[in-house]
Design a binder for this molecule. Structure first.
Ligand code: PMP
Length: 425
């Protein structure tokens, strides 16, 4: 039996398969994942602690302390006492589950209060809650778009947005990442009046911010509505945490203001906000809303707690952005490639060398740094990377420790292969 070169293959090579049984994976896939276990074992890490800046990562039977750069806990609210108190009060009052879908089985006062609070934060009339970001994106887009419509998505739009468009039956086309001229060209080719432009606030793998005012100008010129996913920007951007939309003061120009609650809101779920009419209609046709149990009140309580902290401590956002600036500057000073990032989502681009990606990742873990790898096909083959998530809760000492590990492991590995950039300051 010939040996497989684990680094020459990726998941993309195994998507299409003609094995006789639908439950049978391709034999080469099974060999590949076995032989590449040294790389795959770095996925689905197990923690013995909360996802705080200092966490305990399981390695075999032991749990090792690590600096954690892999959690989207942007404002650091995951273990905030006010969030835990609000969640446990909700748990005691309303119980552990949701009992059924909100349409039929109902929801609680807390759900109504959360929708109201989010509506105020986003300055929109109506809000619908979903149980996950992924389910929310599927539901919100397929609740509005129909066969014959066109969804024009940024080339780097998240899989949940792409899948939502596919599920809707609308035609899905892409425009070049964050490029208003490309959006203009793509929209100019479309004849239907029913067009939905889909963008993100801060891009999840690249950490750059949407050029929202220019994209809105183009969308409006073509009579298209705009849907923005603020998964990585809600609470973390804007003067009061209303996201990139608030940052650009564009609340009334956006058709659907969507975000997940699993990141800065330190919880789970998602919401879609917009006009009363749009959201009322969408609710009935978003299958992941109508045919799925709602969020348990304990989760809703946690989010209300996070919104309280957000109101009381606007300085957390300043700390987040200061931390991110420091961390990015230090990486660039080492000659590392942080791509287009100008936020707290910080890619460290390694390039096409996937052996290096996983080997250096394992070394960093052994040295006490958890920095997740992102491989092709999630990102382009030439740009495999690590993706660091900086939070307001990281201290200078946390970041310096992480930077020391990177400097002593990844930097020499890239230098040897001639892949280090010159120092950039
Ligand atoms: N949208 C974007 C842009 C995301 O990055 C993610 C997840 N990282 C989601 C949606 C899905 O959200 P969730 O993980 O809360 O389901």
């Amino acid at each position: 039996m010939s040996t497989l070169n684990p680094a020459a293959l990726s998941l993309a090579d195994f998507y299409v398969t003609d094995t006789p049984g639908i439950l049978d994976p391709p034999p080469d896939f099974l060999r590949w994942v076995r032989e590449a276990d040294w790389a795959f074992s770095q996925y689905e890490p197990v923690f013995a602690s909360a996802p705080t800046p200092r966490a305990l990562l399981r390695q075999g039977d032991e749990a090792h302390p690590v600096v954690n750069l892999g959690s989207y806990n942007y404002l650091g609210l995951g273990m905030h006492p006010a969030v835990l108190d609000a969640a446990s009060a909700a748990l005691r009052q309303y119980g552990a589950g949701a009992s059924g879908p909100p349409m039929l089985s109902g929801r609680t006062d807390l759900h109504a209060a959360l929708e109201e609070r989010l509506g105020r934060l986003l300055q929109r009339e109506a809000v619908a809650l979903f149980t996950t970001g992924f389910a929310g994106a599927l539901g919100a887009i397929s609740g509005l778009a129909r066969r014959g419509d066109v969804v024009v998505a940024d080339q780097l739009a998240h899989m949940s947005l792409v899948d939502g468009a596919k599920l809707s039956g609308a035609r899905l086309v892409h425009f070049a990442h964050n490029d208003p001229a490309s959006l203009d060209e793509v929209l100019g080719r479309e004849r239907t009046t029913r067009k939905l432009v889909v963008v993100e606030g801060i891009y999840s793998m690249d950490g750059d911010m949407a050029r929202l005012p220019e994209l809105l100008d183009v969308a409006e010129a073509h009579g298209a509505a705009l849907f923005i996913d603020e998964a990585h920007s809600i609470l973390a951007c804007g003067p009061t945490g209303g996201g990139v939309v608030e940052h650009f003061d564009a609340q009334q120009r956006v058709g659907v203001h969507f975000a997940t609650c699993s990141k800065a809101l330190a919880s789970l779920g998602a919401f879609a906000a917009g006009s009363e009419d749009t959201i009322r209609y969408m609710r009935y046709f978003a299958h992941s809303y109508t045919f799925s149990a709602g969020l348990p009140a304990v989760i809703v309580g946690a989010m209300l707690g996070a919104l309280d902290v957000n109101e009381r401590h606007p300085e957390l956002r300043g700390r987040l952005w200061d931390n991110a600036r420091y961390f990015r500057q230090e990486l660039r000073a080492m000659g590392l490639d942080t791509g287009a990032s100008d936020t707290y989502v910080v890619p460290i681009v390694v390039g096409p060398d996937r052996v290096l990606l996983y080997e250096a990742c394992a070394q960093m873990r052994a040295r006490g740094l958890f920095l997740p790898p992102v491989d092709y096909p999630t990102v382009p083959e030439e740009q495999t990377r690590y993706r660091a998530s900086i939070t307001a809760a990281h201290t200078r000492a946390d970041m310096d420790e992480a930077l020391d590990v990177i400097e002593e492991t990844l930097v020499p590995a890239l230098r040897v292969r001639g892949r280090l950039r010159g120092r950039q300051v």
